[in-house]
Design a protein around this ligand. Sequence first.
Ligand code: ADP
Ligand code: MG
Length: 255
Amino acid sequence: MTLPAINVKKLVKRFGTATVLQDIDLEVPEGKVSCLIGPSGSGKSTLLRCMAFLEESSEGMITVNGEALGFFENARGERERLPAAQIRAVRSQIGMVFQQFNLWPHMTALGNVSEALKTVHKVPKTEAEDRAMAQLKKVGLENRANHYPSQLSGGQQQRVAIARALTLSPKIMLFDEPTSALDPELTGEVLNVMRDLAAEGMTMVVVSHEIGFAATVGNQISFLDQGRLLFTGAPADVFAKPRHPRLEQFLDTYL
Ligand code: ADP
Ligand code: MG
């Protein structure tokens, strides 16, 4: 058994007095696609954000490739916070793509993809742009490198956002409803890029209402409902009938 890429143990997340994630246990296998499905407000984004340490968990532990993320258990069995530099190091292994593409409007596609390499990672301009160009090519947009976001379709903008995350060489990619802001005819091109990435063996966690994608590309599917993971399993098992009534209700809404 290889170590899970991400291991979530007894995770609890509260906002004030509201508990939005309760007792979450989830192993994200390396090189596989894990899908998270569940109704709106069930805590999917919060769980992804905790995995990326964009949110601090209230209880429990998350390890990424065997390294604690944010909190770890010390020799006395207490929960202790990692130093910020260490959190950043673990976090740099994780790329994230959001529903809103969040591209910089005043920068071209190439500028958007190469910016962090140049400013954060101090990669020389030419090398940064070569690496950015290679990623744009991978998402099929090398001929749009000099276009600004406003000159690109939503699907193209999201592919730029994916290229931007990939250019930092993450080991794990998290997708939070990457196609939900797109017109239906544009979702396919984004899902295809994600499918290619999965075929290359990228470890991915995907929150999506695209049940077809989850069923065909997902290796494991987890169903989140009211802050609890009701179950995790292979697509065939999760969708097999008879289904859990809450899942049935959810599928009725989205299928
Ligand atoms: P989903 O992505 O499944 O729609 P979210 O993770 O966005 O669900 O939200 C789960 C619950 O947490 C919701 O009730 C939401 O209102 C609440 N929530 C999310 N973010 C915050 C926040 N920053 N402050 C307070 N409540 C939040
Ligand atoms: Mg969400």
